[in-house]
Ligand binder design. Structure first.
Ligand SMILES: NC(=O)c1ccc[n+]([C@@H]2O[C@H](COP(=O)([O-])OP(=O)(O)OC[C@H]3O[C@@H](n4cnc5c(N)ncnc54)[C@H](O)[C@@H]3O)[C@@H](O)[C@H]2O)c1
Ligand SMILES: [Zn+2]
Length: 477
């Protein structure tokens, strides 16, 4: 089981840690029901928590809380649940958490927690001394129940998706690759020469083999995959680690998905595209001569280790490819993330995609939004015989999609950040490719539109003539 994929996401922490506020926000992002356990108890009992404490005493309240927690955690539909600050005192509740939830502890400085709690009417926040003593007493229980720690909504989502974003993460691969079993590394040959030694050292003698694969798209080929299948020696207790750009992680993930009917894998993306897009969300694939990503599987990595420090060695042209996805993500989320420092921008974009994918792991709805600009972009790439960088194609594609959306502000952002220039390709070939798009139904393309920044819609039927005109405007003579 990976993170909160398909199971409850529980937030715990001391009073004042922000469980309700962050829980609400994370539930919105994951499109899940939000359950605040304290509110649930108040509704059941028809009295406020303070009244229940005053009326029945703490012991009786804890019994009610344990019952309520069990009832909520036994619910089958994965929810986001905020537990009351004292709920983890119950051994029964901690056992339920272990079996039925992924539990994130919200870290809070006790002094800040006290400031917040004393302003509210919390029954256990009347005396500062007692409050701090309670914090020290409960901390070990919080730690025992926690699968991960976080301090903000992005952190909760990343933890829930099994993603670690930090500069220097590659040096920590030894700790970050779950378990203690053997590891085989699948590395892009370029990246192996730059970051491979650090990864090997970090994993130490867990590494039983390391396989270099061709840089870039040629890695995603049946022949390369077959070579890996034949070379692998790990069993189901082992882990495949994919180190490189999106091509390497797509290949390593698919190799892991298929070898021995599936072995665990860890993605360590080293390109901007890999860190904000390809390695997030559990899709893996290889290419066929007939097209890209035609054979693949959903196989969520047990951990995604994102080290923005590795981007220092990424060639400029590859940074540009990644920035197109960053601008796309910023427009989808409604925040100019592209203005953030690199490490922060990576963290926010990875978190955005992770939330969308946790909400829609099998690509049946919300995940469609990630294709903003891509229907046009793919058509241009195909017409160019794939001799057009993906980032450039997507930047142009966004120009078309945002024009059709009538969103001038977003259009200005794309032009300012990415400066896309029309490409010289065959107009009919581009149109033919667009008409072949999976999402075209009866000759009417279905597009992701963004009429309001931060509020994408998908499956929009747009008249073919308008789509063709928008596509033509991306092409130079
Ligand atoms: N699975 C998904 O959901 C998903 C999503 C988006 C894209 N993708 C796939 O991702 C692939 C594109 O990924 P990409 O853009 O990362 O391409 P890539 O893997 O080819 O990497 C780009 C280039 O950068 C080099 N490189 C990578 N990291 C480096 C580093 N730190 N220092 C120096 N050089 C480095 C690589 O050797 C390569 O030459 C495509 O095949 C695409 O289909 C998959
Ligand atoms: Zn893309």
């Amino acid at each position: 089981m990976v993170g909160a994929l398909g199971r409850h996401l529980v937030l715990t922490g001391f009073m004042g840690a922000g469980k309700t506020t962050l829980g609400c926000e994370v539930a919105r992002r994951l499109r899940r029901q939000f359950v605040d356990l304290d509110r649930e108890i108040e509704q059941r009992e028809g009295a406020t928590i303070e009244e229940l404490f005053a009326r029945d005493g703490e012991a009786s309240f804890r019994a009610m809380e344990e019952d309520a927690a069990a009832a909520v955690l036994e619910g089958v539909k994965p929810a986001v649940i905020a537990l009351g600050g004292g709920a983890v005192l119950s051994a029964g509740t901690r056992e339920h958490l272990r079996r039925q939830a992924f539990t994130v502890l919200l870290d809070i400085d006790p002094a800040v927690a006290w400031q917040r709690a004393r302003e509210s009417k919390r029954p256990l926040a009347v005396d500062g001394e007692a409050f701090h003593a309670l914090y020290r007493e409960r901390l070990p229980l919080y730690e025992e129940a926690a699968d991960a720690h976080a301090h903000d909504a992005d952190g909760v989502v990343l933890a829930a998706a099994g993603i670690d974003v930090r500069i220097g993460a590659v040096d920590l691969l030894g700790e970050l690759v779950p378990g203690s079993g053997p590891v085989e590394i699948v590395a892009d040959a370029n990246v192996a020469g730059i970051h491979g030694v650090v990864a090997q050292l970090a994993l130490g003698d867990r590494v039983i083999a390391s396989h270099d694969v061709p840089p870039g798209e040629p890695a995603k080929a049946v022949a390369v995959l077959e070579r890996l299948w034949r070379a692998f020696r790990v069993g189901r207790d082992g882990t495949i680690v994919g180190l490189g750009g999106g091509c390497t992680t797509d290949l390593a993930g698919f190799a892991a998905a298929t070898y021995m009917r599936g072995v665990p894998w860890v993605a360590a993306p080293t390109s901007l595209v890999g860190q904000v897009d390809a390695a997030v969300g559990g899709k893996t694939a290889i290419d066929l001569p007939a097209g890209k990503n035609l054979v693949g599987a959903f196989h969520w990595p047990t951990r995604v280790v994102i080290d923005p420090g590795t981007l220092e060695t990424l060639p400029e042209a590859e940074m540009k490819n990644g920035m197109a996805e960053v601008v796309k993500t910023g427009l989808l989320m409604g925040s100019p993330v592209w203005e953030q420092p690199l490490a922060e921008l990576v963290r926010r974009c990875a978190s955005y995609k992770a939330a969308v994918c946790l909400a829609d792991p099998h690509d049946l709805g919300p995940r469609n939004q990630l294709n903003l600009g891509h229907t046009f972009g793919h058509a241009l790439e195909a017409a160019a015989g794939y001799d057009l960088p993906h980032g450039q194609a997507v930047a142009l594609g966004m120009v078309a999609a945002l024009s059709l959306s009538g969103n001038d502000a977003a259009l200005a952002n794309v032009r300012h950040e990415l400066n896309p220039q029309p490409v010289h390709v065959d107009r009919d070939a581009a149109w033919a490719a667009l008409a072949r798009d999976k999402k075209t139904v009866d000759g009417t393309p279905r597009l992701v539109l963004l009429e309001r920044t931060g509020d994408p819609t998908w499956g929009n039927e747009v008249p073919a003539a308008d789509v063709r005109a928008a596509l033509d405007s991306l092409i130079s003579d």
